[in-house]
Ligand binder design. Structure first.
Ligand code: IVH
Length: 670
């Protein structure tokens, strides 16, 4: 294919894929199969790899999140991001309506009723139909530049559909994590004993602030847009402007409604008070806005919020129920969690029987007594929360709930986790739920991926005395497994094959599989890539571990203590003897250098000796930063063959040197 033809096909594929993305993510109405979609993406990826000069930084292939942004730049909002004044009752909204009416001199006016989405707000700027910047609310005056992360959200258009959009405009909306995604993420985090997100809002804002856009891309965030700002808006009213935004490709809530009277406003409130529970995303209220932009201008702003809008907040769902008893449960890491076991009660459409009390401090703060009547709330939170006690119904003489002093399973005296509110069972190698939890974690798909060893099998293996720690897994024989309940030859062979295959699982996953306290998947990756071998990690001091990027003193201490525990040392040595991978693969092992430290490098063109990916890795390994676009901050451009003419001109304009492939390889000592 010649380069002209490639350019034409790349443009055609971009347009086609963008249109399918819009159908899928914005309209929820895909018109091709996933497989057909993947084929288009693959073709585009292949062409872009072959003709990188034609790759648009806003190409749909860039949605996976490419550059690693180390920290966010603060950007001052061109127009400050104000908040809305809140109301908690229908009469507050009615008062607002009357105030507006009076201020407009009894002129007729329409109101737009909208859902108040419960996520994290974002302001996105588009120039010439292309996304150029996405900034968080921050303190309202300035926010964080999270463009790289926002670009991974597939329901946000990178390039607009043709239309009468202003040359430059800002659109504001809410970044959301849909309930379904949130529940899945929290289930995964619970399994890994990582702290849970309290609600989709926290999960969305936490995700948006992550340093690695690749993780952001994997979290499936969504968005809704509700405010358009520009000097030259296409229409004179909010509703029509939002309809325009919808046509340009933005996900504007279909629930937005034009209301003509106070009655219609009140009806809108009573309808959504119950209906909102059926929505796929969290909402915490409604927003009412005067529709006409002229009337908005007349009404103006107070110091904090517009007079032309008001938010109505829903009451969180709350129920009163009786505490049956508090159970104490020991987890994989030994942490003992108190759980309130309740008389079943219906809350936000689900029956609630249990609610975590989290830790001793919370029990004390609430001052819960046996048999108390407790208020349970669900609000935006999916996990029911005990928010209070109905003291008028407390039984006379009832005793306060006391935290157990010994492990409810093995009886070992509990110890307080340093600097935390949690109590923990220190019998890590002899307490059943800690061991079975660790076996299950070790064998899980994202760790050693041993098919057939889940929660139930882990418990059976422990109870039969066959596996007392993770190293015992590698001594299992077919005859041992056949002793287990409902285990046939086929099942046993499947497990043994899984165990054999697990020996090739890469080192970073082995590190994660060990259940080192506070070492989750991301930390395990950082740790493994930095220490490179188990031997080196074991020889490191506390201070050396702390010096690893992203590993603070608390995690470093956890790693150090874990690696100096005799039982753990024996387990690691047995795992190594069984053939489990104890070092990084050769390609990941290449020594790190600093020849490119502090340099920001743009890669452009095609190369003879290595792929672009390999050059990216080399830059990172040598301490440099790879960037996608040429700017004043670029130190040099690694220029291959066929570098695009526009990039060349930009380099000349900004006086940025071009470095050839051979010169670059010399620079990094190859
Ligand atoms: S309008 C100047 N509309 O609520 C007014 N905000 O307390 C601009 N929000 O920061 C905001 N849904 O994060 C507007 N339909 C909606 C909204 C909405 C959620 C959030 C937004 C804003 C906060 C205001």
């Amino acid at each position: 294919m010649d380069s002209q033809e490639a350019k034409r096909r790349i443009d055609e594929l971009c347009a086609e894929i963008n249109a399918h993305n819009h159908k899928y993510y914005v309209e929820n109405a895909p018109d091709i199969s996933d497989k057909e979609f993947d084929l288009l993406m693959k073709e585009l990826e292949r062409l872009e790899a072959e003709f990188p000069e034609f790759q648009d930084p806003l190409s749909p292939t860039q949605r996976v999140g490419s550059d690693l942004t180390k920290e966010f730049t603060h950007i001052v909002h061109e127009r400050p991001m104000l908040s809305l004044s809140n109301s908690y009752s229908v009469s507050d909204v009615d008062d607002w309506f009357e105030r507006v009416k009076k201020s407009l001199g009894n002129e007729t006016f329409k109101v737009v009723g909208e859902l108040k989405f419960d996520g994290t707000s974002i302001a996105i700027t588009y120039r010439n139909g292309r996304l150029i910047r996405a900034v968080t609310r921050g303190d309202g005056t300035q926010g964080d530049d999270v463009t790289a992360n926002v670009k991974t959200i597939r329901s946000i258009p990178l390039k607009l559909q043709p239309g009468d959009w202003p040359d430059e405009f800002e659109i504001r909306g809410e970044i959301l994590m849909p309930w379904e995604v949130f529940e899945k993420l929290n289930a995964e985090r619970a399994f890994n004993e990582e702290p849970l997100f309290a609600n989709p809002r926290n999960a969305a804002s936490g995700t948006l602030k992550m340093q690695d856009p690749k993780i952001v891309a994997s979290r499936h965030l969504d968005a809704r847009f509700y405010y358009l700002l520009a000097d030259d808006l296409p229409c004179d009213n909010h509703f029509d402007n939002m309809e325009k935004a919808r046509q340009w490709g933005f996900k504007v809530s279909k629930e937005m409604k034009l209301l003509h009277s106070l009655e219609e406003v009140d009806q809108f409130i009573s309808y959504w008070d119950t209906e909102r529970k059926r929505l796929p995303v969290a909402t915490d209220g409604l927003v009412f806005k005067v529709n006409s932009l002229r009337q908005q201008l007349n009404l103006g702003f107070t110091a904090k919020s517009p007079r032309w809008a008001i938010a109505f907040k829903f009451n969180p769902e709350r129920a009163l129920t009786k505490l049956r008893f508090v159970s104490f449960e020991t987890g994989r890491m030994g942490i003992v969690t108190p759980v309130a076991n309740l008389e079943p009660v219906l809350l936000s459409g689900t029956i609630v029987k249990r609610a975590s009390l989290h830790n001793d401090d919370i029990i004390k703060e609430l001052d819960i007594h046996e048999g108390d009547m407790l208020y349970v709330e669900k609000g935006g939170e999916i996990i029911p929360k005990i928010t209070g006690i109905e003291l008028s119904q407390r039984e006379e003489g009832s005793l306060p709930i006391k935290f157990v002093t010994n492990c409810p399973v093995c009886g070992t005296p509990l110890v307080r986790v340093v600097g935390e509110a949690a109590w923990s069972c220190p019998n890590h190698n002899g307490c059943r739920p800690q061991i079975t939890g660790k076996i299950e974690h070790f064998a899980a798909r994202r760790m050693m991926n041993i098919d057939g060893i889940g929660e139930e099998t882990s418990e059976m293996l422990y109870d039969a005395g066959l596996v007392r720690n993770i190293a015992d897994i590698y001594d299992l024989k077919e005859d041992d497994l056949l002793k287990l309940d409902r285990m046939g030859a086929k099942g046993a062979r499947r497990i043994l094959k899984g165990i054999e295959d697990s020996k090739n699982v890469p080192f970073e996953r082995v590190v994660y599989a060990l259940s080192i306290p506070n070492v989750g998947e991301t930390t395990a990756k950082r740790l493994a890539s930095s220490v490179q071998t188990m031997e080196r990690m074991r020889a490191m001091s506390d201070a050396e571990l702390t010096a690893i990027p992203d590993i603070g003193p608390v995690i470093a201490q956890c790693i150090y203590i874990y690696l100096h525990d005799e039982a753990n040392i024996a387990i690691i040595e047995r795992l190594a003897a069984a053939g489990v991978t104890m070092s990084l693969s050769e390609e990941k092992m290449q020594p790190k250098g600093n020849s490119l430290e502090g340099k920001t490098i743009v890669i452009s063109g095609t190369f003879a000796h290595h792929s672009r990916e390999e050059y990216k890795e080399m830059i990172e390994r040598e301490g440099g930063k790879n960037s996608g676009s040429i700017s004043k901050k670029t130190t040099f451009v690694l220029a291959g063959e066929n570098m695009g003419p526009s990039k060349r001109i930009k380099c000349e304009e900004l006086n940025i040197p071009l470095v050839s492939e051979d010169e670059f390889l010399q620079m990094v000592g190859k």
